[in-house]
Design a protein around this ligand. Structure first.
Ligand SMILES: NC(=O)c1ccc[n+]([C@@H]2O[C@H](COP(=O)([O-])OP(=O)(O)OC[C@H]3O[C@@H](n4cnc5c(N)ncnc54)[C@H](O)[C@@H]3O)[C@@H](O)[C@H]2O)c1
Length: 342
């Protein structure tokens, strides 16, 4: 078992890989603990979660919104939640993003932690303290940065994940390889098929390496004024794909990374062979490498995302496999660039 700590000026998270539901007892007793549980996880693990106060969470991305936040606050009032309570999100990124947000603003901030039950959650969403909900389908546009007290990566629960959801996590693992950790690319090339078959040692290694990559970046730049932006490789496009075409986060990131790599080649930053390395690995993981899009619609949506700065849109581009850079591209230049890449 790996126990690691993510420490910033703002908080301190203990991260356990691999963990189980029983590990909740390391941090709280059942009486003053309130679990916010993904509705499907609750169905699959009702017995393991019995005896806790539970609020089920609706996990449609459309319901990751302020109306669900208000419903949870109503439940907090009914349960007379006070500052002695610990709030724990149990589920994937939708559940942990909502939980972190409600817990960090209710009574000006309650103690909270996560039991992460998706691969994407364990390698990314549950780590690093970004909490939030969507507004008018703009992704995570209302939120904050507060670290959970703990993250339990429940690797055994990945066995009940639908295969398509399990695969989505590989998009974020592959992202770490291409922005910062080229050794992960070599490891993935050799071991991704074993990982897809749920080999426990391979999965544990990939989750641990991904957590360490994210921890390194977040500890250096928690509030995203510099290098934390590198974690957004593929995400400027991905958030627009999610909003416009209703696809899931991992698939959107996958297609978004390929488009960002192509943009990097077109602007003369990146050798062309890196695109095919990226595409091959994503295809092996069963992830999409191309999206049909309307250029005007895509630009309009990206302009309203959080990554806009004045008349420019910020992109994370690649200079090499394992080396990402932040570049601003004027909106006026983007149209022809994106038309070329369609
Ligand atoms: N906060 C961050 O830094 C961050 C980073 C990346 C993504 N995100 C967010 O994460 C969300 C995506 O999260 P996700 O991909 O983890 O999935 P998710 O929360 O959308 O869940 C996906 C599906 O898997 C089901 N599920 C979850 N765990 C299960 C299990 N163990 N067994 C059976 N079914 C299970 C859920 O019910 C749901 O149907 C997006 O909203 C995205 O914006 C946040």
């Amino acid at each position: 078992m790996h126990k690691t700590f993510l420490t910033t000026g703002n908080g301190h998270s203990e991260i356990i890989i691999p963990g189980r539901f029983e590990d909740i007892s390391l941090f709280s007793s059942k009486e003053n603990t309130l679990l916010l549980v993904d509705e499907n996880v609750l169905k699959a693990y009702r017995k393991e979660l019995s005896g806790f106060n539970v609020i089920p969470i609706s996990v449609d991305e459309k319901q990751k919104d302020i109306s669900q936040v208000l419903t949870i606050f109503e439940e907090f009032l009914k349960l007379e939640v006070d500052r002695s309570w610990i709030i724990i999100g149990v589920g994937g990124g939708i559940t942990t993003d909502i939980t972190g947000f409600v817990a960090s603003v209710y009574l000006r901030g309650l103690k909270f932690g996560f039991v992460s039950t998706t691969l994407l959650g364990q390698v990314d969403a549950a780590i690093g303290g970004k909490n939030g909900v969507n507004f008018k389908s703009y992704k995570n546009i209302i939120g904050n940065i507060r670290q959970p007290a703990f993250v339990i990566c429940h690797t055994d629960s990945l066995k009940t994940l639908p295969a398509s959801v399990f695969r989505e996590g590989f998009a974020e693992i592959i992202k770490y390889a291409f922005i910062k950790k080229p050794h992960l690319f070599d490891y993935l090339e050799m071991n991704i098929l074993a990982a897809l078959k749920h080999d426990p040692d391979v999965l544990e290694y990939l989750i641990y390496e991904s957590v360490m990559a994210k921890k390194e970046i977040v500890e250096a730049d928690e509030m995203e004024s510099g290098d934390r932006k590198l974690l957004n490789f593929g995400h400027t496009f991905a958030h627009a794909f999610e909003k416009l075409y209703g696809i899931s986060h991992g698939s959107a990131v996958s297609a978004g990374m390929v488009l960002a790599a192509k943009l990097s080649v077109n602007l003369g930053f990146l050798p062309e062979d890196v695109i095919s390395k990226l595409e091959k690995l994503l295809l092996k993981a069963g992830l999409p490498v191309k999206m049909q899009y309307d250029t005007d619609e895509l630009i309009r949506t990206m302009r309203l995302d959080k990554k806009r700065k004045g008349k420019d849109i910020q992109f994370i581009l690649l200079e090499d496999l394992g080396k990402a850079v932040i570049k601003s591209i004027p909106v006026s230049q983007l149209k022809s660039l994106l038309n070329d890449l369609r």
